[in-house]
Design a protein. Structure first.
Length: 259
């Protein structure tokens, strides 16, 4: 982590994070119609970069510790940090996680979602649906006075009850002006353990859930993480703020907000 001290954001800073988060949500929504068989992941990346610039923002991943693209595109057995490539063409039945982080006015909006390419297998569909529910159960555990372990316990319990596994090697993280900062948010753990949540904390919850074993390997490019057994992996991510009342999802698209 770039900074081990947990920073509590002011109301003004959270408003900046809200604006960045909404831009990130809109970017994912904009890319969704492009997720079709025959489209390359490099085309998704190029459109993301164009749209981000047109909206007065920059792409945090581009150049981050040498990462060569503007978004991460993780297909099937790729757990996270997949690098868009012209030769990587989406096929019917694939699942793909698209992870975007525009920087707007200095603040990072970090979100990701796993999309279906054409018609997924029943297993792939169930994995993706369970993964999204894992994220939402993790978010539901957030409130002042709760513990970081409550988040991981909620996610792990639901994933394992569906006979899937939770990746250990990658975790959620604090985010604001810094892309990755404290606290770390494991997606597994024990309820009642870990740091206490306080209003003003802003971090991501981004479980990676695997069809098979939870172990991963990083490929020779130094970025692409894949499941050790090469079975499917899915991921969803929101950036959230701990509020006095509970939790606010900063990267929730307006069309998905309950009336």
């Amino acid at each position: 982590m770039d900074n081990e001290r947990i920073t509590l954001l002011s109301a003004r800073e959270i408003e900046k994070m809200r604006q960045a988060g909404q831009l990130a949500a809109q970017l994912l929504k904009h890319l969704e119609p492009m997720v079709q068989p025959g489209v390359s992941t490099l085309e998704l990346d190029a459109e993301s970069e164009r749209w981000t610039k047109d909206h007065g923002a920059t792409s945090a991943p581009l150049g981050y510790h040498g990462f060569p693209r503007s978004i991460c595109t993780s297909i099937n057995e790729v757990v996270c940090h997949g690098i868009p490539d012209a030769k990587q063409i989406l096929k019917d039945g694939d699942i793909i996680n698209i992870d975007v982080t525009p920087i707007l006015d200095g603040y990072h909006g970090d979100t990701s979602r796993t999309f279906f390419v054409g018609e997924p297998s029943p297993l792939a569909r169930r994995l993706v649906e369970v993964t999204e529910e894992c994220m939402m159960r993790g978010i539901a555990a957030v409130k002042p006075g709760a513990r970081i372990g409550d988040i991981g316990a909620a996610i792990q319990t639901y994933a394992e009850s569906n006979e899937f596994s939770v990746v250990r090697d990658f975790v959620g993280h604090g985010v604001s002006r810094i892309f990755h900062t404290a606290p770390q948010i494991p997606h597994y753990g024990t309820a009642g353990k870990g740091k206490k949540l306080r209003p003003g904390m802003v971090f991501t919850i981004e479980p990676m859930i695997n069809e098979g074993v939870y172990e991963v390997e990083v490929l020779d490019d130094g970025w692409t993480a894949v499941t050790q057994d090469r079975k499917l992996s899915a991921q969803f991510e929101h950036t959230i703020a701990v509020t006095k009342e509970g939790v606010e999802i900063l990267t929730l698209h307006p069309e998905l907000v309950p009336a």
